[in-house]
Design a binder for this molecule. Structure first.
Ligand SMILES: C[S@@+](CC[C@H](N)C(=O)[O-])C[C@H]1O[C@@H](n2cnc3c(N)ncnc32)[C@H](O)[C@@H]1O
Length: 387
C-alpha cells in the first residue's frame, strides 16, 4: 500500500510539527490549520508516524481529497474510493461527517452518503453487505467538508495520540503530552541539559523529557492503535518499527527535576514516574516555585513549565504574584532559559523581563479550545537554543 497521510496537530504549531516530521524523514506540507500532508507513505510509515511523532495528535490516511459543493459532488467523490483497501468484509465501519460553511445538507447527511458508498463498494466487489457500527467501529472513516474543500480520510490512530502515558495519578489539570513535547522542543533541552519543572503537577513535562532523552518512542505506553485493524497496514509493520525503535533506547544521563507546592501532586507524580519506569530518572520533591529552595545554583539549565492560569480555577492575584516571583528565583539559581505556556502572555512577559530574562520567542496557539501562548526567554549571557 502507498497512500498520502494527513497528520493532525494543534492550530499554531504546524511548523514545529513539520520540523519534527522532517527529522523523522518525512516532508510535510501545510494543508490547512491543524492538518499537514505527508505524501506517498507505505505501511511502515503509517506505523512510524503514529508511534514516533511526539507532537502530532492523529494520523489519517487520505482516501480522497478535492473540491465538492453539492450532494451530487459528495456522492460522486465517495463513489470513487475503493474502501476494500482499508477494511475486510467482516469488519465494521463508521463514518463521521464534519462540515463547516454554507451548505444545503448537514454533516449527518455527508456521513450517510459516504456510508452508503462504503456499502455499495463491498456489495459490488465482494457481494456482501458490510455492517456499520457508529459507536465502536473497527475502521473509522471521516468525511470532512470545509466550504468546498472535501476530504475522506481513515483514522489510523484511534484515540488521540495525546492519550499515551501510563498515569495512575490524574492531576486535576493535566497537560497534553504533545504540548509538553512542543515546549521541550522549543527550549534548548536535549541530552545533557538539566531540565526543571517547578510546577510539575502530574509530571507530564518531565515524563516527556525523560522519554526524549532516553529515545523512548512516544507510543511506547499505548495499548493500541487503529492501524492494527487496517487491512492496508502489513501485519509485520508494527513489530518491525517497534523493534527498531526499542533497540535505540538509552539510559537517562540528564538531570531531570520535578517539584510542586503540594504534597499530593508530588506523591502523585512519583506514582506516575514509578509506573512509567522513570522513578530513578526524575528527582521529585516539594518546593515553592517562588523560592526554589530545593535546588543549588547552577543545578538546572532550563526551566520548562505550565503554571496555574488563574482563569477558571485559582485566584488571579495569587497567580500574578507567582508569575512575578518564579522567574526571579530561577535567575538567582542560575537557570539560563525559561519556556512557559500560559494564556497570561502580558503577565508572564512582564515578569520574565523584570527578572532580567530576554523574551526571544512568543507563539500563539489553540489549546483545548482556548487560545494560549508559549513564551521562551533566555538569560542575557545564555547561548542560543540547540535548534
Ligand atoms: C497547571 S498545573 C501543572 C500540570 C502539569 N503540567 C501536569 O501535566 O500535570 C500547575 C501546578 O502548579 C502547582 N503550583 C501552584 N502554585 C505553586 C507554587 N507556588 N509553587 C509550586 N507549584 C505550584 C499546582 O499545584 C499545580 O500542580
Amino acid at each position: 500500500m502507498r497512500t498520502d497521510a494527513a497528520v493532525g496537530c494543534a492550530v499554531g504549531l504546524e511548523d514545529l510539527v513539520t520540523e519534527e516530521l522532517g527529522e523523522l524523514g518525512y516532508q510535510a506540507e501545510y494543508i490547512k490549520p491543524a492538518k499537514l500532508l505527508v505524501r506517498d507513505v507505505g505501511s511502515d510509515d503509517v506505523v512510524s508516524l503514529n508511534y514516533l511523532t511526539r507532537q502530532a495528535t492523529r494520523v489519517f490516511l487520505m482516501a480522497w481529497i478535492g473540491e465538492a459543493e453539492s450532494v451530487g459532488d459528495i456522492r460522486a467523490c465517495a463513489d470513487e474510493v475503493d474502501y476494500t483497501q482499508y477494511m475486510t468484509p467482516e469488519q465494521t465501519f463508521g463514518v463521521k461527517g464534519v462540515r463547516s460553511g454554507e451548505h444545503e445538507f448537514t454533516s449527518t447527511d455527508i456521513g450517510a452518503y459516504v456510508g452508503a458508498a462504503v456499502v455499495d463498494c463491498f456489495q459490488a466487489r465482494h457481494g456482501v453487505r458490510v455492517r456499520a457500527n457508529l459507536d465502536e467501529p473497527d475502521v473509522q472513516f471521516y468525511a470532512e467538508l470545509r466550504d468546498s474543500h472535501f476530504m475522506i480520510t481513515v483514522n489510523s490512530t484511534g484515540e488521540s495520540l495525546i492519550r499515551r502515558h501510563a498515569r495512575p495519578f490524574q492531576h486535576f489539570a493535566p497537560m497534553r503530552p504533545n504540548l509538553a513535547a512542543t515546549l521541550l522542543r522549543m527550549s534548548s533541552f536535549e541530552s545533557g541539559v538539566g531540565m526543571l519543572d517547578p510546577m510539575a503537577g502530574g509530571g507530564t513535562i518531565s515524563t516527556e523529557a525523560c522519554m526524549m532523552v532516553r529515545k523512548i518512542p512516544s507510543g511506547h505506553f499505548r495499548d493500541s492503535f487503529a492501524f492494527e485493524r487496517l487491512h492496508c497496514v502489513d501485519e509485520g509493520s508494527y513489530a518491525r518499527v517497534r523493534a527498531e525503535a526499542l533497540s535505540q533506547i538509552v539510559p537517562c544521563s540528564t538531570k531531570l527535576g520535578a517539584c510542586d507546592k503540594y504534597a499530593r501532586s508530588v506523591e502523585g507524580m512519583r506514582g506516575n514516574f514509578a509506573e512509567q519506569g522513570f522513578g530513578d530518572d526524575i528527582r521529585t520533591w516539594e518546593d515553592m516555585a517562588e523560592t526554589l529552595d530545593g535546588i543549588e545554583v547552577g543545578e538546572y539549565d532550563t526551566l520548562v513549565t505550565n503554571p496555574p492560569y488563574g482563569v477558571r480555577i485559582g485566584n488571579p492575584r495569587v497567580v500574578r504574584r507567582l508569575y512575578d516571583a518564579f522567574p526571579i528565583a530561577a535567575m538567582d539559581k542560575g537557570i539560563r532559559e525559561i519556556v512557559v505556556t500560559t494564556p497570561r502572555q502580558a503577565n508572564i512577559c512582564h515578569a520574565l523581563t523584570a527578572a532580567g530574562y530576554k523574551v526571544v520567542e512568543q507563539r500563539h496557539f489553540l489549546y483545548g479550545g482556548l487560545w494560549s501562548w508559549i513564551v521562551r526567554a533566555v538569560a542575557p549571557d545564555a547561548p542560543p537554543a540547540a535548534s
